[in-house]
Design a protein around this ligand. Structure first.
Ligand code: ZN
Ligand code: ZN
Length: 146
C-alpha cells in the first residue's frame, strides 16, 4: 500500500507506481490534452504550452524527457535549456550543456565505483547520437528539478 503522491489517498501499488490509478488516468488525459494543444499550435514555447493547457511544469518536462513531442509528425516546440537558457527543441539541455553535464556525470560516476560500469554501458549504447544522456543522468535531471 502506498500514499498517492498527488492526492495522498492510500492505494495498492502493484508496479511501484507513485500515484493512484485515478490520478494516473487524469495525468494521461492531461498528456493527451498537451499533445493535442501542441499539434494545434506548432512552434509554441513551453511557457505558452503550460499557460495554454494548465498542465503542471513537471508533467510537461517529463513528456519532453520522454521524447513524446519528438514522436509527433514534424512538431517542434522551443524551450530554454535547463542550464544556460538557450532555446532548444529536444532533450532537457542544449548540446553544449549536454556535453558538459555528461562530463560532470562521468566524474560523478567515477567517484561512485558501483555506478561507473552501468553509466559507461549506457553511454556506449546511446553514444554517437545527440541524445547522449545515460539513464543515470535522466535520474539526476529529475532530481535536480524537484
Ligand atoms: Zn491520487
Ligand atoms: Zn545550455
Amino acid at each position: 500500500m502506498k500514499n498517492c503522491a498527488h492526492c495522498h489517498k492510500i492505494f495498492l501499488s502493484v508496479l511501484g507506481e507513485n500515484v493512484c490509478p485515478e490520478c494516473r488516468a487524469y495525468e494521461m488525459t492531461l498528456e493527451e490534452d498537451v499533445k493535442e494543444y501542441v499539434r494545434d499550435h506548432p512552434g509554441i514555447t513551453i511557457r505558452e504550452l503550460i499557460e495554454g493547457t494548465g498542465a503542471p511544469d513537471r508533467l510537461i518536462w517529463r513528456m519532453i524527457r520522454q521524447g513524446q513531442f519528438e514522436n509527433a509528425s514534424g512538431m517542434e516546440i522551443q524551450y530554454p535549456c535547463g542550464r544556460c537558457g538557450k532555446m532548444i527543441t529536444k532533450g532537457a539541455y542544449c548540446d553544449e550543456c549536454a556535453v558538459k553535464l555528461k562530463m560532470e556525470a562521468k566524474k560523478f560516476a567515477d567517484a561512485m565505483k558501483m555506478r561507473t560500469r552501468a553509466a559507461e554501458k549506457s553511454a556506449t549504447i546511446r553514444g554517437g547520437s545527440s541524445k547522449t544522456y545515460s539513464n543515470t543522468m535522466y535520474n539526476e535531471i529529475e532530481d535536480a528539478r524537484k
